[in-house]
Design a protein around this ligand. Structure first.
Ligand code: ADP
Ligand code: MG
Length: 647
């Protein structure tokens, strides 16, 4: 077959290329850098501080946090109102207690002495009713609010997952999975803490402040005045504590995020960690982060302790002053004993939760901070968005298994974090052609493949599939149009059959087995403990890297895409299996348009056309035989390969 028509290698050499790693290679260099990384805490703001991705939180647009909260609560508005009413009534029932005590002392006891049991019995009955009522109301409130809380948390976790999954590859390259985990665990939990206890207590405290102050002022203006006056130092104390605790809490939340990030990155990159014996160094870094978290926890507790001591001091002073003054007035006959007793009871109730008020305010604050971080994440928009008016392609000419034409039209590309990687170029791959792409590491082969698979959108130009811009295609059409198989050959938890069926979820078991047979994976799958039903994450389900690649091939074959991209997808298949590999390749490529990136000479030889890439540009383009016959780069590479095979 002849070489493809157009290749216009363009202009000057590309700039700003990384010298060492090949991020396209996944588990290799990229993960190794993260996992083996140096001493600095990953979640800390970098010294440059310019990139928001260097910080733990992405900036949330103004009002996003409030809008998020509203959107979470809005569908449950009726229940929220119901819970609030229950809480109001419950507080009223609870706060009736001391008033009844006052009545019992001042009216009930004298009446009882005079032989009238009525008032005392009435008070006792009232007390019982209030106690039972408060209990019932509290139960109702807990039920109603727990439903709301659970719904909100479920909703929020779901949103984080769906949103993160929908975000583009370049987002995930910059926002580590550790941070995502910390968003959907620690941050959701801090909201949970607030919703499940903090908010109730906080509202309870505010309500009891209002109720009790009103009650005290009504009972006795002077005593009420003492109570209200004591709010001033308490308020100042809370403010002071809030200010001091805020920074401690910020440090603490960043510290725990750093612990999670380090943890996740190390375990994700466990192979390079082992390979480079990074365990001890990682232990040290982790111990440092862990200690930092512990210290910030200690600091938080210390602040808390200071606050508690201070608030108790104020509370006890106020009670003492009230008892002293009240006793004088009772003695001089200007105050009823029952009123004094009620006032002291009220005051105790008032101050009791103040100890914990600081804590609730903290949980409120840390929940607000967490919500803001989540809102920042949810505000991210995919850089590779789904088409607004998605287009479908006409049926493939030649039916299933046939290819489609691929055109790169003036395509140029640079990653967000770096300079230009691919200078503008044109390339047309006719339907059904198999193109091998060769070139040294970092030449841009994987980048070209990722543009074709629409992991990224080009910075300039368009990528067309049978004449339609990839950006205009519906997700379904894109999925059927282009499939990329990479070196990693990732398997999801589940059975082998399920993993193959990912290519086409509605495929029958027979079709799954047919695909596996065609690829040459059937024998090893049949030999697994449960055959096709073997769970790939369970004992006995462990399959080798090469076998994983065969599963990935079967998955791709079942998916039956018009364009198949293999990015070093045969690198884990060993040389003795060469013929099997060849067979698998032939099967999966037949009829389709294919882009094959490979170091393997035999793979290149089955191609219709070879592209040689260098520094982001296509420097040679032709049929294999034609290029080998010439004296270009590929001819040189080919000679070296041959010699290495012979020697
Ligand atoms: N995710 C990425 N972010 C930033 N730069 C990248 C990324 N992936 C690759 N690069 C850079 O783009 C260039 C081409 O990489 P790549 O296409 O993976 O090369 P190849 O597959 O030919 O080895 C390299 O300089 C590499 O450093
Ligand atoms: Mg690559």
């Amino acid at each position: 077959m002849t070489a493809g028509p157009t290749t216009v290698p363009a202009h000057e050499p590309a700039q700003g290329r990384a010298k060492d790693a090949d991020p396209g290679a996944g588990t290799g260099a990229g993960a190794g850098r993260d996992a083996g990384g140096g001493g600095a805490a990953p979640a800390e703001p970098g010294p440059e501080g310019g990139d928001p991705f260097d910080r733990d939180a992405l900036p949330a647009p103004a009002g996003a946090t409030g809008a998020l909260l509203r959107s979470l609560l809005a569908p449950r508005r009726a229940r929220v109102v119901f819970a609030a009413v229950l809480l109001l009534l419950q507080q009223a029932a609870v706060q009736a207690g001391p008033l009844l005590v006052a009545y019992a002392i001042d009216r009930g006891v004298p009446a009882f002495r005079a032989g009238d049991h009525g008032p005392l019995v009435a008070v006792a009955a009232g007390y019982a009713v209030c106690a039972v009522g408060a209990g019932v109301l509290q139960y109702g409130f807990i039920r109603a609010s727990a439903r709301v809380n659970q719904d909100v948390l479920l909703d929020l976790r779901g949103r984080i997952f769906r949103h993160a999954q929908a975000l583009s590859v370049d987002f995930h390259e910059r926002y580590t999975s550790g941070r995502l985990i910390s968003r959907s665990t620690t941050d959701v939990e801090s909201l949970q803490e607030l919703l499940s206890e903090g908010l109730q207590e906080l509202i309870g405290v505010v309500l009891s402040f209002v109720y009790i102050s009103a009650m005290l002022l009504w009972l006795d203006l002077g005593l009420g005045g003492v109570a209200v006056l004591s709010f001033v130092p308490l308020y100042l104390l809370v403010r002071l504590y809030q200010r001091r605790a805020k920074s401690v809490f910020m440090t603490r939340s960043t510290a725990i995020a750093a612990v999670i990030v380090k943890f996740a990155e190390t375990m994700n990159g466990i192979r390079p960690v082992r390979a480079f014996r990074r365990e001890r160094a990682n232990d040290e870094v982790f111990a440092g982060l862990n200690h930092r978290h512990e210290r910030s926890n200690g600091d938080a507790l210390l602040e808390m302790a200071r606050y508690v001591v201070g608030s108790r001091l104020v509370a006890n002073t106020a009670v003492a002053a009230m008892v002293l003054w009240g006793a004088y007035r009772v003695a001089s006959g200007t105050l009823a004993l029952g009123v004094l007793a009620a006032a002291v009871l009220y005051l105790r109730r008032l101050y009791d939760p103040i100890d914990r008020l600081g804590m609730f305010l903290n949980s409120y604050q840390s929940a607000a901070a967490s919500l803001e971080k989540i809102a920042g994440l949810l505000a991210q928009v995919p850089s590779v968005p789904e088409a607004e008016r998605p287009r479908e392609l006409p049926a493939r000419r030649g039916g299933p298994g046939a290819g489609r034409e691929v055109v790169f039209e003036g395509v140029g590309f640079g990653y967000r974090t770096g300079g230009e990687v691919l200078p503008a170029f044109d390339l047309t791959i006719p339907a059904g052609q198999t193109v091998a792409v060769v070139g040294s590491t970092g030449a841009g082969k994987s980048t070209l493949a990722k543009l074709l698979a629409r992991f990224y959108d080009p910075t300039a130009g368009r990528v067309l599939l049978d004449g339609t811009d990839l950006r205009d295609l519906s997700l379904r059409e894109l999925r059927r149009g282009v499939v990329m198989v990479t070196q990693e050959a990732f398997l999801f938890s589940g059975t082998v059959a399920e993993n193959i069926a990912i290519g086409r979820p509605d495929a029958s078991r027979t079709e799954v087995e047919q695909a596996a047979k065609a690829i040459g994976a059937h024998d090893f799958i049949a030999a697994l403990p449960d055959g096709y039903d073997t769970d790939v994450r369970k004992r006995g389900g462990r399959i080798s890297a090469g076998q994983r690649q065969l599963v990935a091939f079967a998955r791709a074959l079942l998916a039956d895409p018009a364009v198949l991209i293999l990015d070093e997808a045969t690198s884990s298949l060993d040389i003795p299996g060469e013929r099997a590999v060849q067979h698998a390749m032939d099967t999966v490529l037949r009829g389709r348009t294919a882009v094959v990136i490979a170091h393997r000479l035999s793979t290149v030889e089955i191609a219709d056309r070879v592209l040689v890439m260098e520094s982001g540009r296509i420097v040679e383009d032709g049929a294999p035989a034609e290029l080998i016959g010439g004296d270009g780069r590929f001819a040189g590479l080919h000679r070296a390969w041959r010699e290495s095979l012979l020697g």
